[in-house]
Design a binder for this molecule. Sequence first.
Ligand code: MG
Ligand code: MG
Length: 248
Amino acid sequence: MIILKTPREIALLKEAGRIVALVHKELESFIRPGITTKEIDIFAENVIRKNGATPSFKGYQGFPGAVCVSINDMVIHGIPDKRKLKEGDIVSVDVGACYKGYHGDSAWTYAVGNVSEDAKRLMKVTKEALFEGLKQAKPNNHVGDISSAIESYVRKNGYTSPYDYTGHGVGTSIHEDPMVPNYGIAGHGPLLKEGMVIAVEPMVHMGKSDVIVLDDDWGVVTADHSLAAHYEHTIVITKDGYEILTSL
Ligand code: MG
Ligand code: MG
């Protein structure tokens, strides 16, 4: 069931989104070679809690971290641990914060020091794919319009996306209906309506679309170990388009 949000709820979702955005802003200068993924986790959790929110992912279906930290060929759901970032890595950090019962969800991929031209291009295309999708976010379009725009942009650039992981509705739960896949057919899927809040989140692989789930039951890596990037914003559908909730 897709829940349309009231203006009061949207205000709370906006505050949750602002806190998530603040975490990403602070991570930009915090992320550097030599720090561990656990240090990123602790840093992010501190920013979330300092702002009166709680980390959405901590304990979610048993996830042990406050945020997901995924290096290089890891697409999503990396459990923070003792692994250190190295110069040339790319690292995706997925941040969820819950403020007064409402969530915000946004992922960003960061370059650790200097990265290869290939990695830069992957990150750029993934971020652009997010905004190609968002261009389709308006009332009376369908979820499939967003999905199809992301898929064609990713393909046009010679990359792929995993099939089993998608964007989603956001509200009093971090994951609600509808699913927002990164592939689809324009004109299909649920109709977008004013007050719908969704997370749009292209995950993009440099190689093939196949993924493997690690033995920890969380980390998702590309089967061919090609690099992966992930950009996500939570948005609300407005009268004539959309507004990003997870930006400052
Ligand atoms: Mg996320
Ligand atoms: Mg999400």
